[in-house]
Design a protein around this ligand. Structure first.
Ligand code: HXC
Length: 296
C-alpha cells in the first residue's frame, strides 16, 4: 500500500523543488539581449525580484540604461547593468558586453537571447536586404549571443555542480548554465507579411535544439520560449489592427491573450531547479489558431 504524499517521511526538498521563492536566484547572474523590450524586461525583472543580478544589452542607449535602472527597483540591493549601443549582429560588441558583465557581476549563469527585429511586409515589398536584416538580428544575433556567453555558462555549470546528480544539496547549488532563446508561434502555421520573421524564428528553434544536444552532455541546457500573442507588446501593437486584438484572444484556446507574467513564470521555471531536466525543448505560450485569418 502506497502512502499519500503528505504521509511520506521525506523532507519536502526531496520531492518538490523550491520554486518562486524570494532568494531563489541569489548569487546568480543573467545576461539578456533585447532586455529593454516588453517581454525580456519582464523576464529579467522576475529573476531580479527572486535574487538575481542582471545585465541587459540593447542598441538604444537611453532605453537600455533607463530600463536597467527600472528593473533594479524590483529588489533592494539588486545590481542591474544596462549596456546600450550593443548590436547583436556585431560579435565583438557582444563579447565585450559579456566580458564586462562577468567581470562586474562575477560570472554569467543564465542567458536570455531575446533581441529581435520585425515589421509587417508582404513578400512583394520585402527586399533581400529587408529579409536579411531580420535574419541577421534574429538568427545571427542569437548565435552571436551564444558564442559570446557559452564559456561563462560552462564555468557556471562547474561552479554550481550539485553534490549528487539526483538533487542539489542546497538551494544555492542547483545546476545552472542555461540559455533561453525567445522565439514566436507564427512560424508554426505561417502568417502573411511575416515571411522574414517566420523563417528567422524557425531557425532559432532549430538552433536552440542543436545547442541543447551538443552542450547537454556538458551540463548546459538550451530551451525556447515561444510567446504567442502577448498583450501590451510592441509586436502585438504593430501586428494587430484595432479589432484584431479581440479576435486574436478569441483564437487562443485558453480564451485570452498571454501576459508578460506568463512568460516571466515560464522563464523562472526553466531557470529554476525544477526546470533542470528540460533541454532542447520548445515551451509554447499558446498558439492562436486563427491568428493568420484575423490579424490583417
Ligand atoms: C519593408 C522594411 C521595413 C518595412 C525596414 N525595411 N522596415 N521593408 N517594410 N516596414 C527594410 C529597409 O528598407 C532595408 O531594406 C532593410 O529593411 C533594413 O532596414 P534598416 O532600417 O537599415 O535596418 P535596421 O536599422 O537594422 O533595422 C532593423 C529593423 C527594425 C528590423 C528593420 O525594424 C528594427 O530595428 N527593429 C528592432 C525592434 C523591433 O522590431 N522589435 C520588434 C520585435 S517584435 P533596403 O532594401 O531598403 O536596404 C517581434 C515579435 C514577433 O519580434 C512575433 C509577433 C507575434
Amino acid at each position: 500500500e502506497k502512502p499519500w504524499i503528505h504521509d511520506m517521511p521525506l523532507p519536502k526538498s526531496e520531492y518538490l523543488s523550491e520554486t518562486w521563492k524570494d532568494g531563489l536566484f541569489d548569487d546568480k547572474v543573467v545576461f539578456c539581449t533585447g532586455g529593454a523590450g516588453t517581454i525580456c524586461s519582464a523576464q529579467v525583472r522576475a529573476l531580479v525580484h527572486l535574487g538575481a543580478n542582471a545585465c541587459i544589452v540593447g542598441r538604444n542607449v537611453e532605453k537600455t540604461e533607463g530600463m536597467a535602472k527600472d528593473i533594479a527597483t524590483a529588489r533592494k540591493g539588486a545590481k542591474v547593468l544596462g549596456f546600450g549601443g550593443v548590436d547583436v549582429r556585431k560579435p565583438e560588441a557582444l563579447e565585450e558586453a559579456a566580458k564586462r558583465c562577468a567581470e562586474s557581476l562575477g560570472g554569467i549563469d543564465f542567458v536570455i537571447a531575446g533581441a529581435a527585429g520585425n515589421f509587417l511586409a508582404p513578400i512583394s515589398q520585402l527586399s533581400p536586404n529587408a529579409f536579411k536584416a531580420v535574419m541577421d538580428i534574429d538568427i545571427l544575433g542569437s548565435y552571436n549571443t551564444l558564442k559570446a556567453t557559452v564559456d561563462y555558462l560552462l564555468e557556471s555549470v562547474q561552479k554550481h555542480k550539485p553534490a549528487t546528480p539526483a538533487h542539489s544539496a542546497t538551494r544555492s547549488s542547483f545546476p545552472t548554465g542555461r540559455i533561453i532563446f525567445v522565439s514566436a508561434t507564427l512560424h508554426y502555421t505561417g502568417l502573411p507579411m511575416q515571411t522574414h520573421v517566420s523563417a528567422a524564428k524557425a531557425g532559432i528553434d532549430a538552433l536552440s535544439a542543436s545547442v541543447g544536444i551538443e552542450y547537454g552532455p556538458r551540463g548546459l541546457t538550451s530551451n525556447i520560449i515561444a510567446p504567442g500573442p502577448i498583450a501590451g507588446t510592441e509586436g502585438m501593437d504593430r501586428l494587430a489592427t484595432a479589432g484584431g486584438m479581440e479576435k486574436a484572444s478569441k483564437g487562443v484556446p485558453i480564451g485570452r491573450l498571454g501576459t508578460v507574467r506568463d512568460i516571466a513564470d515560464a522563464t523562472v521555471f526553466l531557470f529554476s531547479e525544477a526546470g533542470g531536466f528540460v533541454n532542447a525543448e520548445v515551451l509554447v505560450g499558446e498558439y492562436c489558431i486563427p491568428l493568420r485569418l484575423h490579424l490583417i
